[in-house]
Design a protein around this ligand. Sequence first.
Ligand code: ADP
Ligand code: MG
Length: 434
Amino acid sequence: MPFIHGRQSNMKHPPSCTKKQLIHMRSIPGAPPCPPFTAVVRCSFSVRAVGIKARRPPRTDQIRSGLSSAFMNGLILIEKVLIFFVTKSADERNPPDTMLVLGIESSCDETAAAVVENGRRILSDVIASQVAVHEPYGGVVPELASRKHVETILPVIDQALREAGITASGLDAVAVTRGPGLIGALLVGLSAAKAMAYALNKPLIAVNHLEGHMQAAFIEGEEMDRPCVCLVVSGGHTALYRVEPDGSSSLLGSTRDDAAGEAFDKVAKLLNLGYPGGAVIDALSAKGDPGAHAFPRAFMDSDSLEFSFSGIKTAVAHFVRRFGPPSSSEIYRIEDLVASFQEAIVDVLVSKTIKAANRCKLRDIAVVGGVAANRRLRQRLSEEAARLQLNIHLPSMRFCTDNAVMIAAAAYFNWKRSGFCPDLFELDALSRWF
Ligand code: ADP
Ligand code: MG
């Protein structure tokens, strides 16, 4: 592979070949075969040689400054080289009756791959969590996340194919999260997906991470043949959408500042409860009194479908400053404090979701994303839904947080709606999308 080893930086065209020739290379009888998958992916991962020393821990100033430019440049460079070699427009292919899709997810701190048939039948589901990497910092460190994705993505994809009992050539399409998320983290998944699509001559489907979460509520449940209101509530997002049966969606309202999961994580950090905070607070709250302390519930009485969670985080900080840290306080119980904090968040989420359903005159509600795993939220939503005779759709616990099954599922509906990615040359990761 002449273009793999160290010549990417100044190479506009591959040696002795024009771009046009390359684009038509696969359609010429007797043309050289496309590079084997391992070679292309090795190219993808020669990013280590291009820019980063992946195994050396970053200096503190590197962590603070976010992504190292060398790392970014390495990924972007590799991506450019790979898409330059894509030789056939994906949408020229005939769509198959059965779609076997490999989903790839790397938008934040989970590297995941899954094989799903027709958006529903799960053949494999592999997730490599980075919790141990980020735990010492009490939150996700973007640079560390990108490096870990680079290390993990190939073994994860390999395992997903093995568990599904297929080889890569048996896939009908490769799907990948394009955004929103951490740009360096997204680029790892996107580069790997493009490399696979090119090497295998398979179409690529770019997926919005939030549309993936929305599909999570229906993977194991009933097929949705009517519109619904969907609350996406995770570490990076809190927003309400109207979702159509074809998977398309429109925004009804979102948070003005912190996401609900972010508030859980920040309050857990403040109280020294560990990372990620949501699950810890959920467990501790079960032994506390949710009415013990009053915390603010932003925009509760207004008609707005927007959220705000930075005030509640500040209120907990004031509380701790006033009454002392939980370890030394004899004035309050930590269980009561976190249960009251959680109740305030749950109150807002439930109330705004019901408000959205009323406004849209819809009887189906889906709640998805990492915070949808919260037991109190699930209980309160189920109670309200029963009281108001609404249908509630909740993903099972394993599909609440980030996974690749939801990406492969969303890809299937995305493909049915708008086809494969028409132009891989133009496909970039998007840190913000929606
Ligand atoms: P993102 O897609 O934004 O990266 P995820 O969908 O992976 O986020 O969800 C992670 C978030 O979900 C974290 O903020 C975590 O604290 C929160 N979370 C996970 N489990 C629970 C729970 N049981 N209760 C509340 N929050 C939770
Ligand atoms: Mg997510």
